[in-house]
Design a protein around this ligand. Structure first.
Ligand SMILES: CC(=O)[C@@H](O)[C@H](O)COP(=O)(O)O
Ligand SMILES: NCC(=O)COP(=O)(O)O
Length: 252
């Protein structure tokens, strides 16, 4: 059943990975992702997202340590379902752990996690994370099979991958974009009906955010790459404030 009113306020999680990408390009100490997280908080972010990739191409282990020590906002820690990452999450106990698929050679997270085929392994993988109090989120495509599997393994949250929708928009393939958007909306409703909290993210921009923010079941958007790019032109604080404004307007 489609809701007519939003379930609640829409949270903004600011992903700071690509502040670290710029820092790492020169092996310097700046720009500092923790400083970016503090600016994000002042600009109205509700949480910070950081993805510790297995190849450490942006966020480092020391960044996660620093964020855990410095942040007053909740940290959404994105990671692959590996023993190494599980040990790091269990040590730090972030507010949320989002399990994402990772391919070493990919440019960015290309798709959602294959939960249905790995149900047993993932159920065992997330159990200890839940036991120490982390909210477990699963990053998946808008696909009923994957959503059902995420519910069965005991995840509390799913994050719908909005990358395909954003790419289709950027390529001007508007019929396909609208079909993908409709799928995202329908699957947000379906996930909610199964008791899952619904988040969304990847590739969102000022042009694409409003239609996702308007889905009543979506409770959080995680946005990074576009905001860090936009910060070059208008500053990080105003870039985040504008995103917040668009999200709130779409929600109203
Ligand atoms: C899972 C996700 O969507 C983000 O963490 C994103 O992947 C970060 O940027 P990269 O994919 O460029 O590492
Ligand atoms: N999980 C999505 C995320 O954290 C941000 O993705 P992007 O905006 O950097 O593409």
């Amino acid at each position: 059943m489609t809701l007519t009113k939003p379930l609640g306020p829409l949270r903004l999680g600011v992903n700071i990975d690509h502040v670290a990408t710029v820092r790492n390009a020169r092996g310097s100490a700046y720009p500092d992702p923790i400083r970016a997280a503090k600016v994000a908080e002042a600009a109205g972010a509700d949480g910070i997202t950081a993805h510790l990739r297995e190849d450490r191409r942006h966020i480092s282990d020391a960044d996660i340590e620093g964020l855990m020590a410095a942040l007053t906002l909740p940290l959404n820690f994105e990671m692959a379902a590996t023993a190494e990452m599980q040990a790091i999450a269990l040590r730090h106990r972030p507010h949320a752990v989002c399990i994402v698929p990772e391919k070493r050679e990919e440019r960015t997270t290309e798709g959602g996690l294959e939960v249905a085929r790995e149900e047993n392994r993932l159920a065992h993988f997330i159990a200890p994370l839940r036991e120490v109090g982390c909210r477990v989120s699963i990053f998946i495509a808008a696909d009923a099979r994957q959503i059902e599997a995420a519910a069965r393994i005991g995840a509390e949250v799913i994050e719908l991958h909005t990358g395909a929708y954003c790419d289709l928009h950027a390529e001007g393939r508007f019929d396909e974009r609208d079909a993908e958007l409709a799928r995202l909306g329908e699957m947000a409703g379906y996930a909610h009906s199964l008791g899952l909290e619904v988040h969304a993210g990847h590739g969102l921009t000022y042009e694409t955010v409003e239609r996702v923010a308007a889905f009543p079941e979506v409770m959080e958007l995680n946005i990074g790459h576009f905001l860090i790019g936009e910060a070059i032109f208008r500053g990080l604080d105003p870039a985040i404030r504008e995103m917040r404004r668009l999200m709130d307007a779409a929600r109203a």
